[in-house]
Design a binder for this molecule. Structure first.
Ligand SMILES: Nc1nc2c(ncn2[C@@H]2O[C@H](COP(=O)(O)OP(=O)(O)OP(=O)(O)O)[C@@H](O)[C@H]2O)c(=O)[nH]1
Ligand SMILES: [Mg+2]
Length: 403
């Protein structure tokens, strides 16, 4: 087909003596003519060519969408060493004793922790960072280049700790904390030139950079945290109300790392909900997946207690959950909360719901994460909690989190 289109274009073209070309009564210069052919030709190629999918538009697989949320990281930092100073003497014809000309080495690179509001989790923070080394000096008084600093981007609200002590609280976008300083560059022998010593042979090596082990923690992980026993349907609920895609399966401890999903409201407000791995009785004693997950709960402003309403007595689940939270941190279960009565589509759930409402004084929202029934009410109630949190002084401390 490409050849057919080209031959049609040629048949309608007439080369004039002046070197110009006439196509359909229009005068064209040669280069414009060639460009017209190319365009026609490429168009035909587009029609005939094999259809290729746009790689960028390809839909992401479920696995890629289910990103883990990391709210604490231990990092080892080693700043760059300084470059060495050089011992050299200038020498040229008729100036054999030109004096010392060894340059100083450049300084090693610092490692700087910098807040970036585009970053939402510590998942991209590596466990080890090594700063760049400074360049060594050279002869002819050339100084070595100072190394560039290495930046570690962290989310707003990161707390930097060293051996349990807070050393920096990163609350503002763009805030920087120089965690380790690079070593100073060594001195070349030119530096040691003096009236007493006209030919110093001394040149010092660069100093090693500082090294430190720091703990990075997020002060707030999400606005709301899903708290419940394994298999209660926390991940299914997060899938139903947000864009997150955590794995769902019918066996306990499917979720081993927290996931954060974002609920988008019509007024462009965003609310983050964290799916936290399931708790079991004795979690505060480090049973099951242990204390680390209670730590995630501590970093949520309000709690969603997810209960499996198809189980015999769901209110007992609630008491156990509250007990575990309070044993970990007294008063943690009294954070603003709501009880999400999940799996309402299953048999026996209706009777359990009535009994539950009679026994607890909290707000209970019946939902089915599987069918999506009741999730709108939950999403609206979450917004009420969020708005209340923005107006009040929140217990987790610090400024209200804007996602
Ligand atoms: N019928 C019904 N099944 C549900 C509902 N919600 C969740 N399930 C099922 O319950 C099982 C467990 O769901 P998950 O969402 O993985 O539960 P989880 O609380 O995240 O479990 P862990 O990650 O192990 O803590 C899956 O087989 C779901 O399909 C619901 O509303 N109705
Ligand atoms: Mg899960």
């Amino acid at each position: 087909m490409a050849a057919a289109v080209k031959s049609l274009a040629l048949s309608r073209a007439l080369t004039l003596r002046s070197g110009r070309i006439l196509i359909d009564g229009t005068h064209l210069d040669r280069y414009r003519w060639s460009s017209r052919i190319i365009r026609t030709f490429s168009l035909s190629c587009e029609l005939c060519g094999k259809h290729r999918e746009n790689q960028r538009k390809k839909e992401l697989s479920e696995k890629k969408l289910s990103r883990y949320f990391v709210d604490q990281r231990r990092v080892k930092l080693e700043a760059g060493s300084g470059g060495n100073g050089v011992c050299s003497f200038h020498s040229e014809p008729r100036k054999e004793w030109g004096g010392p000309d060894g340059g100083n080495g450049g300084n090693g690179g610092d490692i700087i922790i910098k807040v970036n509001q585009q970053v939402k989790s510590l998942s991209l923070v590596s466990s080890v960072y090594r700063g760049e080394n400074g360049e060594s000096g050279r002869s002819k008084n050339c100084y070595g280049r100072n190394a560039n600093p290495t930046y570690i981007p962290v989310p707003v609200g990161t707390v930097v700790k060293e051996q349990g002590q807070t050393v920096a609280d990163m609350a503002l976008h763009g805030q920087e904390y120089v965690a380790v300083h690079g070593g100073a560059g060594g001195k070349g022998n030119r530096f040691f030139l003096s009236n007493e010593n006209r030919a110093p042979m001394t040149a010092t090596p660069g100093e090693p950079g500082e090294d430190r082990v720091l703990q990075l923690e997020l002060r707030t992980m999400a606005h709301a945290g899903l708290v419940g026993f394994p298999n209660a349907g926390k991940s299914s609920l997060l899938r139903a109300i947000s864009n997150a895609r955590p794995a769902v399966a019918s066996y306990p401890f499917t979720t081993l790392s927290p996931h954060v999903g974002i609920i988008n409201y019509r007024d462009h407000e965003q609310l983050a909900v964290a799916d936290i791995p399931g708790l079991i009785r004795g979690a505060h004693l480090n049973r099951g997946l242990g204390v680390s997950f209670l730590r995630h709960i501590e970093r949520c402003r309000f709690l969603l207690f997810v209960l499996d309403m198809s189980s015999p007595s769901p209110w007992e689940q609630l008491h156990h959950l509250e007990y575990e939270l309070d044993q970990y941190q007294p008063g943690l279960s009294r954070r603003p909360n709501v009880i999400v009565a999940n799996k309402m589509d299953l048999g026996g759930a209706r009777e359990n719901l009535e009994a539950l409402i009679g026994r607890v004084g909290h707000r209970v929202i019946p939902v089915s994460a599987l069918t999506g029934h009741g999730t709108e009410e939950l999403v609206l109630y979450l917004r009420e909690l969020y708005d209340g949190d923005l107006q009040s002084d929140n217990p987790a401390g610090g400024k209200p989190l804007r996602w």
